[in-house]
Design a protein around this ligand. Sequence first.
Ligand code: NAD
Length: 480
Amino acid sequence: MANITEAEIRQVVSQVLNKMQSAPSTDWDSTHYGARKFVGIYADMNDAIKAAEAGYRAVRAMSVEQREKIITEIRRLTREEAPVMAQLGVSETGMGRVDHKKAKHILVADKTPGTEDIVSNAKTGDNGLTLVEMAPFGVVGAITPSTNPSETVICNSIGMIAAGNGVVFNPHPNAIATSNYAVDLVNRACKAAGGPEVLVCSMVKPTLESAGIMQSHPSIRLLVCTGGPGVVKAVLSSGKKAIGAGAGNPPVIVDDTADIAKAGKDIIDGCTFDNNLPCIAEKEVFAFRNIADELISNMLKNGAYLINKEQADSLAKIVLEEKTSKSGKKIKTVSRDCVGRDADVLLAKIGIKVSKDIRCIICETGFEHDFVQHELMMPILPIVRVDNIDEAITLAVKAEHGCRHTAHMHSKNIDNLSRFAREVETTIFVKNAPSYAGIGFGGEGHATFTIAGPTGEGITSAKSFTRQRRCVMADSFRII
Ligand code: NAD
């Protein structure tokens, strides 16, 4: 029998320890997961920023090859620990589906661009050579949502590190353990790839106050905010360069030239992905009157459950809460107890018992119904019948509320497809596929969980987190 070297024993022990630490644990909070204490988590935002500055200095000193090594390790660990993060995300937030969250992590690992996204430009002419390089901002302050917590932290980290930045996160308080698990994963990957111990940082207890410190701190050169309208408005008023990835209310049009069986399946698949948490997911359907019955019957074949008007109205009273705004106006907001919940759990709230095979609640409504007007982020899909493409586009554009986020259409009529795409002006427009094709899941193109419509960066990637720098050499360095 061949002798086993000490190095080989160490490797086996380390693999076993890693496996043990990756096994699901019920003992976790914002500072640890099982026996593993998270690295890069601070009680004070000022300390977190200081550590992120040190991280930035370390990244600056690295070669691009070294940065890419760290990113390769982040990808590897993300794939390996996707089941743990998916489980933790659902346990902590009570939202979404473990299988889909796992798929979202794999998507981030496989399709978030790395350093290859950073491309320099050269211009030569009679007056010599001008070089334009994409430089880091420095320390980025990132605010992340509860809906894709670890996915966003990892996706942002890959892009921001590829661009040469340090990062400090102020994650959503309801998803802080899951977000900090991802921060720790990035730091573990960094160390394993020969980098510093702390590259990205986060908070033990993020608050609006810690977000405020981050927004006004002189060391933070770029703010990247992924969340609802409130937080996007806050960072855009900060006086700093900010990337805002805000809310959407993606409409779907189905006209009478579409493959209706496929449209029914695609819409339910997209709408129910992670229980409708992704901001790009189908939120309301405008179906041509002459194909609406066939569309509904195909949705029913694919795990949908049809409720009537009275049932829809009762459910609306539960999933939306009436509140009074600071200015005294009556407003409706989604109930946090209902966001991202399974369809059978939501149906049980109005006394309907169904099996777990039911993954979506559908109902016919008018345009003004709350289900059409509000971004629910639940597997509830209202269907509005329309007479023609003019009515469909007018209503779908109105339902999108000018977010310019995402819209979908199922059709084989290229005039209709082109018209809706032009008129809705969204960052993402998906034709004849489930919504997630728009972020690289079964569609071409890279993935992101930060879709910056309001500030225009679109499907963000490493180059979105860079600033241009120009270097001019007059009259020389031309080789022709
Ligand atoms: P949220 O708006 O409740 O919170 C987002 C983050 O902002 C959290 O970290 C929260 O603590 C923080 N925050 C909230 N108000 C703030 C303020 N005034 N100042 C500083 N920080 C503040 O979002 P959520 O419920 O976790 O996520 C769902 C929302 O985010 C939906 O509207 C969804 O469409 C949107 N979203 C958009 C994208 C995108 O890429 N465009 C991606 C994911 C989620």
